[in-house]
Design a protein around this ligand. Sequence first.
Ligand code: ZN
Ligand code: ZN
Length: 179
Amino acid sequence: MTARCPKCRDVDLESADGRASRLRRCGKCGGTWFPQDEARLEAVAGLLSQDSTIRPASAVDQKTGLCPEGHGILIRAQVEVEDPFHLERCATCHGIWFDKGEWNRLAQSHLLEHLDRLWDPAWRFRFKRTEAEQDRRTRLVKGLSEPIVEMIETLATALREREEPLKGEAIAYLEDQLR
Ligand SMILES: [Zn+2]
Ligand SMILES: [Zn+2]
């Protein structure tokens, strides 16, 4: 059976690793079809990381597509990084389509280990919040230095474990010291 590129539609996918696996690549747009198979994750990582593109072409990213294995429309997940992009996954066979460069962007964001969870809205919400908290910490470190931010965190940890009214008194005391 020929497998069509989900994005180019009229282009047949080629074997991506020259072997009999179902890993396929589009010679036109450079996208890759990654059949859901945990055992091959490392081999795929080696293959796709050779692709040095970081930014996908946004016109390609905006398109949805059909599963190359014939299961109909792919489900998109927005990847909530600094410059968000979409990944597509088949709801039936769980294969994933990477536009050219998307693999490297996931690797940069340490998201490759969470591939399956990207389609879980609750997880995506938690991930986004964590990213926002990390951004805030980075800003504070830039302004205050790492040792001072660590002192604030140590203080917060120590106070979090305390009962009221002691906790409230400690916060009020800190506020007074800042005046
Ligand atoms: Zn293509
Ligand atoms: Zn499929």
